[in-house]
Design a binder for this molecule. Structure first.
Ligand SMILES: [Zn+2]
Length: 383
């Protein structure tokens, strides 16, 4: 499943003469139980071929058509929809040696974008909606490592440490015992430290966004102390689970914890935003102002009503978002209607590195007018 590192690698792709084809397809089993998405892919590819820029050189056009054909074939023959896969993305540019296909845990809009660089906006939303969690279930004499990512759970490894039958206490002799309420034997402490080191190594290898712990308050407290920055801040919480929990239980508990943490974070962001509105701080509310702030790079945190949606317009070539129809102010192409401008705005904000919080906090949300943002500066008034 998709990781942040993969998206960043695609982002590094330097534009050249060639066309990069970015392809997104909703392949959800509930909508397409018998893989009817293959028919839809054929139509999308045909439309994209017909709509290729007539100004392309013959060579570039032929390469782009070849990429479109390969994508169509891949959907028909190569791609296997597995459980938990609801979207598919493919990025192709044969002349530059690019071919990446990623099954995605969440649905995506059906989209073919031929452009100079990969079109990545929907992927940022996937990363946001489906973070990658490393789970460490701690015991006094062992640690179990799992991964919850992309709607799936994976057992990674188990570490065991030999528990000596007679625990050496000499290391603790000089310490003021009364003040050490959490009395952890030094071998247990060493083992927890090892688990923390291993977790950080795995976090790097597996491109995790968060760590989640399981085990007693003592052990997990010790773990957090042993874990290096920035991972200490990325420990999401402690699961009320035994080290023997089934993977499905772990997955469910992780999802519940994440939902809870997101709710708390969203509520706090909304509080801050509304307080700043009252104080006349550097904030905007409402769609026009927020869109402008995100587009200009002035927004730091975007808070959006999870039920808010709006129609708008999007440039099919450069991705510019607008509330008015007409031609793109950046590249003069005619703008196309965008039925879900709010999702596009969220994706753009994520791509720009903003913190995004989707909240369900009626009635306080009314003051927000759908969406708002904290700003690093007040953008100049304008269209
Ligand atoms: Zn444009």
């Amino acid at each position: 499943m998709l990781s942040r590192r993969q998206v960043n690698a695609l982002r590094e792709f330097e534009p050249g003469q060639d066309v990069v084809v970015s392809f997104y397809l909703d392949v959800s089993a509930d909508r397409y139980p018998r893989r009817e998405y293959q028919v839809k892919a054929r139509t999308l590819i045909k439309e994209a071929r017909d709509a290729l820029d007539p100004g392309l050189s013959r060579e570039v056009r032929r390469a782009a058509e070849g990429d479109l054909d390969r994508i169509e074939q891949f959907v028909a023959l190569g791609f296997q929809r597995e459980g938990g896969t609801r979207g598919l993305s493919v990025f192709a540019c044969e002349p530059r040696g690019l071919w990446q296909a990623y099954p995605l845990p969440g649905p995506v809009p059906d989209l073919v974008v031929p452009a100079a660089t990969p079109y990545l906006r929907p992927l940022w939303l996937q990363l946001y909606d489906y973070p990658r969690f490393g789970v460490v279930l701690l015991e006094r004499a062992g640690a179990r490592f799992l991964e919850v990512a992309g709607g799936q759970v994976r057992e990674l490894e188990t570490a065991t440490s030999d528990v000596p039958s007679r625990v050496r206490r000499s290391g603790w002799a000089g310490l003021k015992g009364r003040r050490i309420q959490r009395h952890i034997d030094d071998h247990v402490q060493r083992h927890v430290k090892d688990a923390a080191t291993r977790a950080v190594a795995l976090a790097g290898e597996q491109d995790w966004d968060y760590l989640v712990l399981g085990g007693s308050a003592e052990l997990s407290g010790q773990f957090v102390e042993s874990v290096v920055a920035p991972w200490r801040e990325r420990v999401l919480g402690v699961l009320p689970l035994p080290a023997t929990a089934r993977p499905a239980e772990v997955q469910e508990a992780v999802n519940r914890l994440h939902a809870e943490v997101s709710r708390t974070r969203g509520r706090r962001a909304l509080d801050e935003l509304l307080a700043a509105v009252r104080a006349g701080g550097q904030v905007v509310t409402g769609l026009p102002g927020t869109l402008r702030a995100v587009r200009e790079g002035a927004a730091t945190t975007v808070v959006v009503d999870a039920g808010f949606s709006a129609l708008g317009f999007r440039c099919p070539a450069c991705g510019h978002l607008d509330l008015q129809a007409g031609s793109c102010p950046r590249c003069a192409r005619p703008l196309v209607e965008e039925p879900d401008l709010v999702t596009e705005l969220v994706e753009l904000a994520l791509e720009r590195g903003c913190q995004v919080e989707r909240v369900r906090e009626a009635p306080r949300l009314d003051q927000l007018r759908g969406v708002g943002a904290m700003l690093r500066y007040l953008p100049a008034p304008g269209p």
